[in-house]
Design a protein around this ligand. Structure first.
Ligand SMILES: NC(=O)c1ccc[n+]([C@@H]2O[C@H](COP(=O)([O-])OP(=O)(O)OC[C@H]3O[C@@H](n4cnc5c(N)ncnc54)[C@H](OP(=O)(O)O)[C@@H]3O)[C@@H](O)[C@H]2O)c1
Length: 469
């Protein structure tokens, strides 16, 4: 217990599967999604980290259900994958960063995810609350880490890069201990690279260990079909004019024989992997599958020996997962024999260096071909990215929307307040409720009824464990 002796970056994989899509924000009916198959498929293909949040509707429970199946329990022991979740965001306009709620939220996540520890817990969307509340929540998470050991690493997440930097600096200044992780989303994409240009230098100076980049598609903005619309309606904060110009860029990409989402995914994953290496991680890009030859080692399974920038992807179906993993695999192919972070490193090494490298078997000429193809693909993606940025123009390149939006007021749902009040036995003052800051009277958080539609499964649905590696 206490602060882990190794940093988070030591073995966090650089690709994390997000689960915000397991919610009605992105999809009309999250229960209709093949969530268990998605999790099983991801694990079988080497993904070893999942990001979730109690704010994502049933996502934690759906992820937990998939992880509790016989298939996962027998093939993937808990210590073989990482779980990252969050605290503090209760609903879209409701935040509770009180220590009492943090404790309850962590307990509930442990239960829902069927685990006795969480690898990372972020304070979710920190820009919506005061710096004081963030500090209190970070201290509480660290107290849980030190005393109970159910939390391993502590971070913050949110959108505005400057706010994240201010808070990371504040936490270091006030506590003497840096944050383990600061995650932003939609801030390192085809459209906006502020996380690199404005965030990385300050966050690294604030000694943040890992900076995961979430939402490579800008929460589904950068694709032919436009932003995802679930049963909660159009939640996406991008203004219409930006959506229109992205539509033009998508049409242009098609004239080049490409889909904008494919360009966007590859650009964000690959460029972040290389540019954010300083705040990246050393875990395997993809774990080796059980049926692969044990003597076959590749950068995908062993890493490169260097840190790689961490990304958090989001998918809703197997096709999207397969497409993202194909792109990821190809990006990693391009890292084979890479010996430094110089983007101008020679594209190919002599065949002998691969053939003679200790422990590396070359599957015929495939390795060389894959690497060469990957690197020429990278050049093409960078040139297409420039074409898309030219279409977006200075008005939209690096544009960011306001977060919180205008008129935001933190107000907690009645049931949250009522349950807190009932269990604490002392009613909170009205003004405390409206601003969302609870006093010590809030001793016990809401008792949420388990969603009857999420039942613990003991067998994977649609996945035959016998045929799965
Ligand atoms: N504040 C925070 O802490 C925060 C914020 C944002 C994200 N995150 C984390 O980061 C994860 C990733 O973010 P995100 O889900 O917003 O990622 P994203 O990649 O920006 O957007 C995901 C959406 O893009 C679509 N998509 C994915 N792959 C596609 C493909 N190959 N072709 C066409 N469309 C594709 C999917 O749409 P459909 O659903 O329509 O199929 C999906 O809903 C989240 O799940 C969450 O874990 C955290």
């Amino acid at each position: 217990m206490g602060r882990p002796s190794v940093p988070l970056s030591a073995d966090l994989p650089p690709l994390i599967m997000g689960t915000a899509t397991f919610n009605s924000q992105y999809n009309p009916d999250p229960y209709a999604l093949p969530t268990t198959e998605l999790v099983h498929h991801a694990l079988s293909r080497g993904v070893r980290a999942f990001d979730t949040s109690p704010y994502y509707g049933p996502a934690e429970e759906l992820l937990g259900r998939a992880l509790a199946t016989d298939f996962v329990c027998s093939e993937f022991p808990r210590n073989t994958y990482k779980l990252l979740t969050k605290v503090g965001r209760v609903a879209s306009s409701s935040f509770d960063y009180s220590p009492q709620w943090i404790r309850q939220s962590v307990r509930r996540s442990l239960q829902r995810l069927h685990t006795d520890y969480l690898d990372v817990v972020y304070c979710h969307d920190v820009e919506f609350v005061s710096a004081g509340e963030v500090l209190e929540a970070v201290r509480e998470l660290r107290r849980i880490r030190d005393v109970q050991g159910t939390v391993r690493y502590v971070g913050i997440s949110g959108y505005p890069v400057d706010v994240l930097c201010d808070l990371a600096e504040m936490v270091l200044r006030e506590t003497g201990e840096p944050l383990d992780a600061v995650m932003s989303y939609a801030n390192y994409t085809l459209q906006n690279t502020r996380l690199l240009t404005h965030g990385l230098p300050r966050l690294v100076a604030a000694q943040v260990d890992v900076i995961p980049n979430a939402s490579p598609l800008g929460m589904g903005l950068l694709r032919r079909t436009g932003v995802p619309i679930g049963s909660m309606g159009d939640f996406h904060p991008a203004p219409d004019a930006l959506r229109t110009v992205i539509h033009h860029a998508s049409n242009w990409a098609e004239t080049q024989g490409e889909r904008i989402e494919v360009i966007a995914i590859r650009y964000a994953l690959e460029s972040w992997l290389l540019s954010a290496a300083k705040a990246g991680s050393l875990g395997s890009p993809l774990a080796q599958s059980a049926d692969s030859h044990p003597a076959f080692l590749s950068a995908a399974h062993t890493g490169t020996g260097n840190r790689l920038g961490v990304s958090v992807m989001g998918v809703s179906n197997l096709d999207e997962l397969n497409e993202t993993l194909r792109v990821w695999r190809s990006i990693i192919d391009g890292l084979e024999t890479r010996d430094n972070d110089d983007d101008n490193a020679p594209l190919l090494l002599p065949d002998e260096s691969i053939v003679q490298a200790p422990g590396i078997l070359t599957p015929s000429n495939g390795l060389v071909t894959d690497r060469a193809w990957s690197r020429s693909r990278r050049e093409r993606i960078l040139s297409l990215t420039q074409g898309i940025r030219d279409i977006l123009g200075p008005e939209w390149v690096d544009y960011t929307w306001a977060s919180p939006g205008p008129g935001f007021v933190n107000s907690l749902p009645e049931e949250h307040v009522a349950a807190l009040r009932a269990s604490a036995g002392t009613p909170p003052a009205a003004e405390q409720v409206s601003c969302g800051i609870f006093g010590d009277c809030m001793l016990t958080p809401p008792l949420e009824a388990a969603d009857p539609r999420v039942e613990r499964q003991t067998r994977p649905s649609g996945v035959d464990s016998r045929s799965t590696p």
